[in-house]
Design a protein around this ligand. Structure first.
Ligand SMILES: [Zn+2]
Length: 264
């Protein structure tokens, strides 16, 4: 239950705080960043999560949230390839639940990946003990750091993959020479397999992202650069709670991160 004297913040003020922190105007994104679904005018509690799935919305209702903050919102450019997007099926279910409970949905995609301290890339790096000193690729979303020495315990691609498996508590896919020596490590969370060639050009010995597609397996073998896929969801679990907690603390709002497990 929420205490009677919990802070209350107007919906628009919360939006301004997220916008100020994440600067969505700097990005050409795949969908609208900011307030995607308008709910009640005043917010006392934020629930953060990776994706605005029905399960997350249900959990947010149970947690008495007035706002949900996610990385993957409901609306994407061309979210329904067949026409202009009828509100049917899963979309109707998710929207109906949000609207029935008057919950605000805030979603930030690339700006949440990119934030230098609180974003998905920075937070995954922190989780894995990696620190970037160079950036590459579209929107400079690829992070690249050099290991300072052997003390981190992952000299080879195989050791790095084992380290990631332990840190994220899930299986990972490693393609490329398992014994290859690793000095420069590049990473980009989520479905960033398309950044692999940019990572190679930037000098990476290993590239970490959420997903792998067929071509990257060949590039990894042919270019001698390790490709490590550690799960789209697993690699993007850390940015949304970091940002939501930061903004909630600014206002004294209640915040709770709810992880809806996703093997993909
Ligand atoms: Zn993603």
């Amino acid at each position: 239950m929420l205490s009677a004297n919990a802070a209350i913040v107007p919906r628009a003020l919360l939006l301004a705080a997220f916008d100020q922190l994440l600067q969505p105007e700097r990005f050409k994104d795949y969908g609208p960043n900011g307030l995607q679904v308008e709910g009640k005018a005043e917010v006392r509690k934020i629930v953060s999560g990776v994706t605005a799935s029905l399960a997350l919305i249900e959990a947010a209702v149970a947690a008495q949230a007035d706002a949900i903050f996610v990385h993957h919102g409901l609306f994407w450019r061309g979210w329904d390839g067949r026409n202009n997007g009828p509100i049917v099926g899963w979309m109707k279910q998710r929207l109906a639940l949000l609207l029935a409970h008057d919950i605000n949905l805030y979603a930030y995609h690339l700006p949440l990946d990119a934030h230098p301290e609180l974003g998905n890339n920075a937070q995954l790096g922190r989780r894995l003990g990696l620190k970037a000193d160079r950036w590459f690729g579209e929107n400079q979303l690829g992070f690249l750091g050099s290991r300072s020495g052997a003390e981190d315990g992952f000299d080879s691609a195989e050791q790095l993959a084992a380290h990631i498996k332990n840190a994220l508590n899930r299986p990972v896919t490693l393609v490329g020479s398992a014994q290859a020596a690793i000095k420069n490590i590049a990473w980009c969370t989520g479905g960033a397999q398309g950044y692999f060639e940019d990572a190679i050009a930037a000098g990476a010995d290993a590239f970490i992202t959420g997903e792998i597609s067929e071509p990257q397996a060949h590039y990894a073998r042919e270019m001698g650069v390790a490709f490590i896929a550690c799960g789209h969801h697993a690699s993007e679990r850390y940015g949304a709670p970091a940002v939501a907690a930061h903004v909630a603390a600014q206002f004294g709002l209640a915040h709770e991160f709810i992880d809806i497990d996703n093997p993909a």
